[in-house]
Design a binder for this molecule. Structure first.
Ligand SMILES: [Mg+2]
Length: 333
């Protein structure tokens, strides 16, 4: 018996689902990804044909449409013939749009793995990582857009957390080492033992100013860096010889540097080595390499080397292990 389908009850398909005005039917199907059709409180897959002989619908067979009738249900074959052209249209549409769907999916995946920068970032985290990894070299000042970022990094806890991590690694290395009187460690001074954060913050992390820095260092007011002092003390306890090696000018800043170190707890070291007149004009890397080489020639074995600049940690006789303290404030060649 042929089915009766009052036109008023079968409206334009909603992306594959007929909407029946007499029953509570809505289509929740997207264009290419069928989600299903809601009939009353029930969700039916959009790939199933549904008919009702009462108020309660039921799934009949696999089909892209939902068929509704209160009188008689059409056979699945009739449904397929009736809807075949529509199915061809949908298949054609899917073929045309499938490449675009892949592009959208790929873009979404890229967003997931490569999230955009936070609005407040301005690439400063990437810049700091480049600095610490020694990929960014020769820079004279913190980039303008990163001054606030560097100030925040240095003063709001992350610097101290990173520094603590470095010291933990160094301490673990020290714990498994023995010293026999010739085993030595080398420490840089500026922003390794003593902090110049107050000075550089006051200068807005600008370019190196030798006269202003000399005035600052002469005050003997550089705060000690406690986690480094802890490692320093542990090394002395284990019998290591500790050498403090600084590019500061010995004639101009020797006494005040020694006094500042003493006041901040750095005492008991083997020798304070600073830049003597014959080494003026040399890069830090060249000067410190020469000083370390001299220690090795004296018979010391440099087991560890701590500094805030890569120029402290590269060159000749750098030691068995080096430990880089973070410093995004300035670069010393
Ligand atoms: Mg330094």
């Amino acid at each position: 018996m042929p089915s009766r389908r009052p036109e008023s009850r079968y409206k334009t398909p909603c992306a594959g689902c007929y909407r029946d005005t007499s029953l509570d039917i809505t289509c929740s199907r997207s264009l290419l990804l069928p989600l299903g059709c809601r009939i009353g409180a029930h969700i039916y897959p959009a790939v199933s044909a549904v008919h009702t002989t009462s108020a309660q619908p039921e799934i009949l067979s696999s089909n892209s449409y939902i068929m509704m009738s209160n009188t008689a249900a059409p056979s699945p074959i009739t449904v397929s013939r009736t809807l075949a052209p529509r199915r061809r249209e949908l298949v054609l549409l899917a073929v045309l749009l499938l490449p675009h769907l892949f592009l959208v999916s790929a873009a979404a995946a890229r967003q997931c793995f490569w999230p955009g920068q936070a609005p407040e970032d301005s690439g400063c985290l990437s810049w700091r990582v480049m600095v610490e990894a020694n990929n960014a070299r020769g820079w004279r000042t913190v980039p303008d857009q990163c001054v606030a970022y560097v100030r925040g990094y240095m003063t709001r806890g992350q610097y101290l957390r990173d520094l603590a991590g470095v010291m933990e690694q160094a301490s673990a290395y020290v714990d498994q080492a023995d010293a026999d009187g010739l085993d030595a460690w080398v420490f840089d001074i500026d922003d390794t033992c003593l902090s110049n954060l107050l000075y550089y913050e006051g200068k807005q992390f600008g370019a190196y100013d030798p006269l202003a820095f000399k005035a600052w260092a002469s005050k003997e007011a550089c705060p000690g860096i406690p986690p480094v002092l802890g490692l320093f003390a542990a090394l002395l306890d284990k019998g290591f010889k500790v050498f403090l090696l600084s590019g500061r000018d010995e004639e101009a800043l020797g006494p005040c540097t020694a006094a500042n170190l003493e006041a901040e707890g750095f005492s008991g070291y083997e020798r304070l080595i600073m830049r003597s007149p014959e080494h003026r004009g040399q890069s830090s890397s060249v000067f410190k390499s020469a000083m370390r080489k001299q220690l090795v020639e004296e018979g010391y074995r440099i087991r560890g080397n701590v500094g805030d600049q890569w120029s402290d940690l590269q060159g000749d006789c750098v030691g068995d292990r080096v430990f880089k303290i973070p410093n995004p404030m300035y670069f010393v060649p």
